[in-house]
Design a protein around this ligand. Structure first.
Ligand SMILES: O=C(O)c1ccccc1N[C@@H]1O[C@H](COP(=O)(O)O)[C@@H](O)[C@H]1O
Length: 215
């Protein structure tokens, strides 16, 4: 079984990018959504992305962005993996003909199977809690709402931290986890120790899955 990938989202400072990479993040998220306290401009994002070594993926997060906004981000940063976190349709997500993540806002009654079928062209469905303001709310959703299997790879997010991610990885078995609030000192300002503890906890979850306790 392959290891659980780690995305740390909402970075705004060079030191946080360096610390996320040092901690073992596979991807960093850049929020191109002006109302978010973690929002960055394209120019700022380009400065941050320049810090990344090979094989760490920059992810551009958009919420109901217009085409010009996404075009501008992709022009400056053609290597971005797209993350759609609003009310985008499958056609809107597929318009750029490139890999994308599509966020599902989990709440009671939400039909995840139907959602995954509609977004079957997504590289993965990202499971987040339903919150006001679309995301980044630090809220955990009820993992028992998930169906036994989902016909797409899933990224688990929503209120993750070093304290609960082992449980989340073992219960949900996502291909990746995504964290923002749980590794912050304040919105948009990450904490190096929290990022390291989070990544260590994900590695521990992978070890526990690979070597389950004998009955
Ligand atoms: O980070 C934000 O400000 C944000 C704004 C709008 C949509 C999504 C946003 N962040 C994403 O939300 C989830 C969960 O974050 P948290 O760990 O609960 O704070 C994560 O995928 C972020 O990428």
């Amino acid at each position: 079984m392959s290891r659980t990938r780690i995305k740390i989202c909402g970075l705004t400072r060079e030191a946080d990018v360096d610390a996320a990479v040092e901690a073992g993040a596979d991807a960093i998220g850049l929020v191109f959504y002006a109302p978010s306290p973690r929002a960055v401009t394209v120019a700022r994002a380009a400065e941050l992305v320049r810090r990344l070594p090979p094989f760490v993926t920059p992810v551009g997060l958009f919420v109901n962005a217009d085409e010009a906004t996404i075009d501008a981000a992709l022009q400056a940063l053609p290597q971005l993996l797209l993350q759609f976190h609003g009310d985008e349709t499958p056609e809107q997500c597929a318009r750029w003909a490139r890999p994308y993540l599509r966020a599902a806002r989990m709440a009671e009654g939400f039909d995840l199977l139907d959602f995954a079928h509609r977004f079957s062209s997504a590289q993965a469905v990202l499971l987040d809690a339903f919150v006001d303001g679309y995301g980044g709310g630090g809220k955990v959703f009820d993992w028992s709402l998930l169906p036994p299997s989902v016909p797409s790879p899933v990224v688990l997010s929503g209120g993750l931290s070093a304290a609960n991610v082992i449980d989340g990885v073992r219960k949900v078995r996502p291909c990746a986890v995504d964290v923002s609030s749980g590794v912050e000192v304040a919105k948009g300002l990450k904490d190096a120790d929290k990022m390291r503890q989070f990544c260590d906890a994900v590695r521990e979850a992978d070890r526990l899955i690979a070597a389950p306790a004998r009955a």
